[in-house]
Design a protein. Structure first.
Length: 228
């Protein structure tokens, strides 16, 4: 990894550690947010223009620093701004934060990894580039992998920035909308884990499989053209 990559990585890690040590994650815990929800509503009512901008800024920091409070922040967005505007704000902020991590990973690791890559990497990278949008859409829709990991992996396989941004923007809409809607009942939620059900997972899985259909069709056409 080059000097620039080390600098970028160290700055991001230092910022994440500082955020943890400062108690930001405690302030944005479910219990803390529930206790302050009336005050936060009053704050939004008093500053209808600044409040959404501030929310987006904070959410970008949460995602770019990979702080484990994104779900709570999404619930809060739905609670404060309603399901429609809350979803819009979170999708925009979440995509922006994810893009920051993607660019940092590409700067820090991507170039060096590609230089030293062998044939297996090249084959995987070629397949990833060809079907990047569908693969990323699946990973964004289906909650199987940590969000921060899905931000990093595409950078290692030289996925185009435009593809990453578009797939992230579209892929996080379903989950965001669900949690933003649940945010209306913020005061009654006792645990984030209780919000997730097997029915919800299966619905996301089915939607993710639908997103993979174009990639599967292209693979089928290649096999058919090759006589296999």
């Amino acid at each position: 990894m080059g000097k620039r990559g080390w600098i970028v990585l160290i700055v991001l890690v230092a910022a994440a550690v500082a955020a943890h040590l400062s108690g930001v994650t405690d302030v944005l815990s479910l219990e803390s947010v529930k206790e302050r929800r009336k005050d936060l509503l009053a704050l939004v009512a008093a500053h209808p223009v600044i409040a959404p901008i501030a929310f987006v800024f904070v959410y970008v920091l949460i995602v770019s620093l990979s702080l484990p409070v994104a779900v709570v922040a999404t619930l809060l967005g739905g609670f404060l701004f309603g399901p429609a505007l809350g979803t819009l704000l979170v999708v925009v902020a979440g995509t922006a934060g994810a893009t920051v991590v993607f660019l940092v990973a590409r700067t820090a690791f991507g170039e060096g990894l590609r230089r030293k890559a062998g044939p297996l990497y090249e084959r995987v990278a070629a397949g990833m580039r060809e079907n990047a949008f569908e693969y990323l859409l699946f990973l964004r829709i289906v909650p199987l992998f940590p969000f921060f990991l899905v931000n990093i992996l595409p950078a290692l396989f030289d996925v185009r920035l435009r593809t990453f941004v578009l797939a992230t923007l579209v892929g996080i809409i379903p989950g965001t909308f669900v949690y933003a809607n649940l945010g209306r009942e913020l005061g009654t939620i006792s645990s984030v884990g209780d919000l997730f059900s097997m029915k919800m997972f299966l619905a996301f899985l089915l939607l993710g499989i639908v997103a993979l259909i174009p990639a599967g069709y292209r693979a089928w056409k290649r096999r058919k053209a090759g006589g296999g």
